[in-house]
Design a protein around this ligand. Structure first.
Ligand code: ZN
Length: 471
């Protein structure tokens, strides 16, 4: 879809001149990539398949030449680029887990020049992960996001409100980012603190901005929308054209609430820092995979491919990860492929359903709901924590389970406790337990945040907490 002629002069300037210039300065090649992606999305499914196979072979060749981990693996198995005729041949390579990435971090770095950004993410499993992103990969992810944004008749440069469930701490880098965001009219509303008076301030900011698009976690956006309804703030009159949701499971009731209260469609995206920009919803409702450079496999418990319509684990190969490869990366998310073409006419394959990205809230002692990510950020910053889980047992007692390594310092216990109380209330008791083994749910999945309070009415607590080893 081309940008509509009614688009403001500033949006045209931003999208056609400022953003391409910005991308060039950052050594990204997202502008020519976007042009290519805007063409290739209309190819027939078979042609897209061929393009993907071709990109896979080039990627394998690159790994053979530049990646210590995969060149050894390919040699050991007697494989080269010609062993990969189609993406089904990816099954000749092992699955990649976070544990593997941690164990082979150095060998997974390609020996190529160019800028690389180091990332540290908690991921959806609560296991912190350090990895690197080369400019090739960043460019592909930016171009894919830009393309999907245009599907909704909005563009870079249109006013955007980014409602993010994370605290902002402003460093030098962030101030540059703020300046850049202003240039592209993208404004951050850091909605990790959902106390009533804060919600009021976020909503006032939203009303002042009158954004064309809203972007953020569905859980946070739906909470804000409900609060607006209670406070009789008509969000539907702001002129929002689309609400992009990401990073979490989008529940149907959230979609309905957001669409009703904003008076605009919700466009869900599926992706993550680690696995990349995987799929995005089109106006006809299909979640299209950016298949030119993303291969999605759906695997059953034995690791065999599931036919369309059957649910399995989503495993992703990102063909533009030439700096630090993600090959058959296990996302831990469950999903289903569709074999139905989409009525929008794009040949990009469709994910029928994605499950298992629910993040939760923890309830502060004053009743406010605090987004789990605001708590996860605290733990992510601390050295030596290998895995963690946050469990709310009572209204005023939250447990933080951690598995640590030798880099962990006991002094960090107090840091964790204080930071948690800052978010959850100074009278929240924080119990920190060091554990060896984490429990998984009945579906075998790990949840990093759990609310285990019994839904009993609030009664004054007997003095049993006195014996808790609170820190
Ligand atoms: Zn479509």
């Amino acid at each position: 879809m081309n940008p509509s002629p009614s688009r403001s002069w500033y949006t045209r300037l931003a999208s056609r001149l400022l953003f391409p210039l910005h991308e060039r300065l950052k050594q990204h090649h997202s502008t020519p990539l976007l042009e290519a992606l805007e063409q290739s999305q209309w190819l027939a499914p078979e042609q897209l398949q061929q393009l993907q196979n071709q990109n896979l072979r080039q990627f394998i060749e690159h790994l053979q030449q530049h990646n210590p981990y995969y060149s050894a693996l390919l040699a050991e198995r007697g494989l080269d680029r010609d062993s990969f005729r189609t993406v089904a041949d990816l099954a000749k390579l092992p699955l990649l887990t976070k544990t593997e990435i941690r164990a082979h971090q150095q060998q997974l770095l390609c020996d190529i020049d160019g800028k690389r950004i180091k990332y540290n993410t908690g991921g959806s499993s609560g296991e912190p992960l350090i990895f690197y992103m080369g400019m090739d990969r960043v460019s592909h992810d930016v171009a894919a996001k830009w393309r999907a944004t245009r599907w909704w008749d909005v563009d870079i440069g249109d006013t955007e409100a980014v409602i993010w469930g994370s605290p902002i701490e402003l460093g030098k880098q962030d101030r540059i980012k703020q300046w850049r965001d202003r240039l592209f009219r993208s404004y951050l509303i850091p909605a990790f603190d959902l106390r009533p008076e804060r919600i009021r301030a976020y909503l006032e900011q939203l009303v002042r901005l009158r954004p064309k698009m809203v972007f953020g976690y569905p859980s946070v956006i739906s909470q804000l929308a409900l609060a607006a309804e209670q406070q009789q703030i008509p969000l539907s009159q702001l002129g929002v054209k689309v609400v992009f949701t990401t990073s979490e499971m989008l529940y149907q009731h959230q979609r309905e609430q957001i669409e009703r209260l904003f008076g605009a469609p919700v466009a869900n995206g599926y992706g993550a820092r680690d696995a990349g920009f995987i799929a995005h919803q089109c106006p006809q409702g299909s979640l299209h995979i950016s298949s030119e450079h993303i291969v999605v496999e759906i695997l059953d418990e034995q690791g065999s491919p599931c036919p369309p319509g059957q649910e399995g684990e989503i495993v992703v190969t990102h063909l533009a990860t030439r700096g630090f490869p993600f090959v058959r990366y296990r996302t831990g998310d469950m999903g289903t492929l569709s074999d139905q073409p989409c009525s929008c006419g794009r040949g990009l394959p469709v994910l029928k359903e994605v499950k298992g990205r629910s993040t939760d809230f923890i309830c502060a002692t004053d009743g406010a709901k605090v987004h789990a990510l605001a708590l996860i950020y605290i733990l992510r910053e601390i050295n030596g924590i290998e895995q963690f889980k946050i469990i709310q047992h009572q209204d005023d007692m939250t447990e933080v389970q951690i598995r640590t390594n030798s880099q962990f310092s006991q002094a960090a216990l107090e840091t964790i406790s204080k930071a948690m109380q800052q978010r959850l209330g100074s009278d929240m008791k924080i119990r920190i337990s060091e554990v060896e083994q984490f429990e998984t749910g009945s579906n075998g999945k790990f949840r990093y945040v759990e609310d285990r309070r019994t839904p009993a009415p609030k009664v004054p607590e007997p003095a049993t907490h006195a014996s808790e080893s609170t820190v």
